[in-house]
Design a protein around this ligand. Structure first.
Ligand SMILES: Nc1ncnc2c1ncn2[C@@H]1O[C@H](COP(=O)(O)OS(=O)(=O)O)[C@@H](OP(=O)(O)O)[C@H]1O
Ligand SMILES: Nc1ncnc2c1ncn2[C@@H]1O[C@H](COP(=O)(O)OP(=O)(O)O)[C@@H](O)[C@H]1O
Length: 207
């Protein structure tokens, strides 16, 4: 609850002014999925693809944000909720600054993802469900965390002893167990182009 004595301060320059100077539609592309599903790999690849097209982008990644802004948070349900709330607010600031933002958080709870979406306007929020099955994520186990969770060395591990609520109607669904990174990125790029979030001619215009 915001204190009644705190009054919102309006600034003359608006989001549209900043977006116009960059020639882009600022927005948030939200990746959600299990640990090891491919969120970081895909957000990194999409970041590079958009950068090549001269878009100003930024990625917020779960592991990295938990080293700084959210280093006080654990993996209890209530701390995960607070994690996503802060990331949503940080994303909103970056989108307001004119940037195309990508986020890579497990974000296991449907209600939190809906809360994030509600902070953004039409066409400003795209949910990408990285729907790689648990057994594949566990097989990959890039950081050895599933093994630790199975041994009981890590508690509340998503997919093992902490829930993941899959999105019911994500804007885009990818499964990195049966498509390449390039195929997943092509799917996301086509979606963004079809909805005119990015301009298909932009990279050509600059050549
Ligand atoms: N208990 C537990 N459960 C899940 N994940 C764990 C846990 N402990 C550490 N890690 C590592 O933290 C990364 C997930 O952080 P997130 O901020 O994305 O999680 S959440 O959205 O708050 O659920 C996650 O990174 P990714 O593998 O990139 O998803 C893990 O490397
Ligand atoms: N098609 C693919 N797309 C993305 N990642 C893949 C793919 N195939 C295999 N991988 C591997 O799966 C792992 C995904 O890890 P990561 O991107 O860190 O996932 P997350 O951020 O969801 O934890 C990486 O080791 C990556 O190399």
């Amino acid at each position: 609850m915001v204190d009644a004595n705190i009054v919102w301060q309006d600034f003359k320059l608006q989001r549209q002014d900043r977006a116009q100077i960059k020639g882009q539609k600022p927005c948030l592309i939200w990746f959600t999925g299990l640990s090891g599903s491919g969120k970081s790999t895909l957000s990194n690849a999409l970041d590079i693809e958009l950068h090549k097209r001269h878009y100003h982008t930024y990625v917020l990644d779960g592991d990295n944000i938990r080293h700084g802004l959210n280093k006080d948070l654990s993996f209890s349900d209530s701390d995960r909720i607070e994690n996503i709330r802060r990331v949503a607010e940080a994303s909103k600031l970056l989108v307001d600054a004119g940037i195309i933002v990508m986020t890579a958080f497990i974000s296991p709870f449907k209600a939190d993802r809906e809360m994030v979406k509600a902070l953004f306007g039409e066409g400003e929020f795209t949910e990408v469900f990285v729907n790689t099955p648990l057994h594949i994520c566990e097989q990959r186990d890039p950081k050895g965390l599933y093994q630790k969770a199975r041994r009981g060395d890590i508690k509340n591990f998503t997919g093992i002893d902490s829930p993941y609520e899959p999105p019911e109607s994500p804007d885009i669904m990818v499964d990195t167990s049966n498509e390449t990174t390039e195929e997943s990125i092509a799917k996301i790029i086509s979606y963004l182009e079809e909805r005119k979030i990015i301009n298909p001619l932009r990279n050509l215009e600059d050549e």
